[in-house]
Design a protein around this ligand. Structure first.
Ligand SMILES: CC(C)(COP(=O)(O)OP(=O)(O)OC[C@H]1O[C@@H](n2cnc3c(N)ncnc32)[C@H](O)[C@@H]1OP(=O)(O)O)[C@@H](O)C(=O)NCCC(=O)NCCS
Length: 182
């Protein structure tokens, strides 16, 4: 296992990894999400000798159909391809989870790519509802982890499924915010 550090980063530090891993072939501007600059947003970078090799961002955001109290969303989870499968994503994910627990989060959720479902399951996330398609990206599941200590996991999924009645989950970032450097 390689020795990395996970630390808070500036948005600009992580954009290259987001671009390379999550939006290859798409404009760099597609890697900026509107929520990136919200008050409670935090970006984390996994660094190897000061080089950013992975990233994840956390937003205080309720799913519109999944409005459990104190919801936080994880987005932009990416590890450079050559470093994948070496526990780096898990370290980023656990850092995000620990961060929101400190903020008294009740639930942490994400729109997970099909290929990343097992990754999130390994850290205790559950699938909520049916598979859905995000344009230009592919099939996804809404996944969430119960951080409250008062609801059992099975009951949590039951509640979440009832709340998640809509067939229109939050779309993937399509933001074309023009803050690209020229
Ligand atoms: C998903 C991702 C962030 C996981 O990070 P990682 O450092 O590779 O994952 P870890 O080594 O911590 O955990 C490995 C687990 O993730 C799963 N996984 C998902 N995609 C993987 C990949 N491309 N390579 C290796 N493992 C992957 C494996 O099932 C593995 O679980 P297992 O060991 O029980 O089989 C990373 O693989 C990645 O950036 N993938 C491409 C972008 C992506 O899908 N991002 C998530 C968007 S929702």
């Amino acid at each position: 296992m390689i020795d990395i550090v996970v630390e808070v980063a500036r948005l600009e530090e992580i954009i290259d990894v987001r671009h390379q891993v999550l939006r290859q072939g798409q404009p760099r501007s597609s890697c900026y999400y509107p929520e990136d600059v919200y008050k409670h947003t935090v970006h984390f970078a996994a660094k190897l000798n000061d080089e950013v090799i992975g990233c994840a961002s956390i937003y205080k955001e309720s799913h519109p159909d999944f409005s459990l109290k104190q919801s936080w969303r994880i987005r932009g989870m990416a590890v450079r391809e050559v470093y994948q499968g070496q526990n780096i994503g898990t370290q980023l994910l656990e850092t995000c989870i620990n961060h929101v627990i400190k903020q008294k989060a009740g639930v942490i959720w994400c729109n997970a790519r099909l290929s990343a479902v097992k990754f999130y399951k390994n850290s205790g996330f559950k699938i909520i509802g049916d598979e859905f398609e995000l344009p230009d990206i592919g099939p996804h599941y809404l996944m969430a982890k119960n951080l409250g200590i008062h609801i059992g996991q099975t009951r949590f999924v039951e509640i979440a499924k009832k709340l998640f009645a809509s067939k229109n989950p939050i779309p993937a970032p399509q933001a074309k915010i023009n803050i690209e450097k020229h």
